[in-house]
Ligand binder design. Structure first.
Ligand code: FES
Length: 283
């Protein structure tokens, strides 16, 4: 696999449309969108960089998890590597103090690094908005996917060539033809496991098809690739799409399933929700 310069802050490709705008009624018009919670009924915890956050994620359809797992917008670069889009850096003032935030508008939604600030992820070095990190997804060193263990090296960057069979892939559980999954790290390849940012990546013909009609999916997926922070919103276990063999017992064989307490998320239904993001230690 050829190496090339890291893409620290990827720019828009010609295939993508990151349209700047404001969150409004149009923001709720996407497929599978649930209603947004009442932001102004929530309170902000102490600290800088957290608070009520509107985000988009894979719909929770079962189990005790309180909400969806957040989506990570992706793009495929010119060489076929899969990149997680990190929001644009901006200088703002919070309580009179200048701070750097990572935030951008995508199809009427505000995509922010605060989407990922829960379950300790808010404390990882990769969550600092201007951290010196590149944004490629890297395969994990261990994986529940046999194909990934056999065909890739942990630490390699995800490449589209490994997903050529995404329209027919059919293991290890559930229906075939829904797509092909991989487990990855994001903005944490050089960190120890405690500071890893886990990602569930799926390349799916369903995503590809829906992206033709849905502006949000058109802007946040690429070549059928879609990605999510792989951190359960219940008690922070690491779930997986078609990775746990007990998932069929809970009708979750084709869903993202968390083995800890059987929470189930639908990666093909993207909803809009609100939660209280935890502040980053550095502010
Ligand atoms: S269902 Fe409890 S941690 Fe995921």
């Amino acid at each position: 696999m050829s190496e090339h310069l890291p893409d620290k802050y990827p720019t828009d490709s010609s295939r993508r449309r990151f349209v700047r705008g404001v969150v409004g009624s149009a923001a709720l018009a996407g497929i599978g969108s649930a209603s947004a919670a009442m932001v102004d009924t929530l309170t902000t915890p102490p600290g800088i960089g957290g608070g009520p956050t509107l985000y988009r994620g894979a719909e929770r359809i079962g189990g005790p998890a309180p909400r969806s797992v957040p989506q990570i917008p992706v793009r495929v670069d010119d060489e076929g590597y899969v990149v997680g889009v990190w929001p644009d850096l901006q200088e703002v003032e919070q309580d009179g103090i200048p701070v750097t935030i990572a935030e951008m508008e995508i199809e009427g939604f505000t995509y922010s690094s605060t989407w990922f600030q829960y379950c300790g992820i808010q404390s990882t070095p990769g969550m600092i908005p201007d951290a010196d990190k590149e944004n490629y997804f890297h395969y994990t060193r261990t994986s529940n996917y046999d194909w990934q263990t056999e065909e890739t090296e942990g630490g390699d960057r995800l490449h589209i060539d490994h997903f050529d069979d995404y329209e027919t892939w059919a293991e290890p559980i559930g229906r075939g033809g829904l797509g092909k999954g991989a487990q990855a790290r994001w903005r944490s390849e050089d960190e120890d496991s405690r500071d890893a940012i886990p990602v569930q990546v799926i390349r799916s013909p369903i995503v590809e098809e829906r992206a033709q009609e849905d502006e949000w999916l058109a802007a946040t997926t690429d070549e059928g690739f879609i990605a999510f922070l792989n951190q359960c919103t219940h008690f922070c276990c690491v779930p997986g799409w078609k990775t746990y063999r007990d998932a069929p017992q809970f009708n979750a064989e084709d869903m993202i399933y968390c083995q800890c307490h059987q929470s189930v998320y639908d990666p093909f239904s993207i909803v809009t929700e609100t939660f209280i993001a935890l502040p980053r230690p550095e502010g």
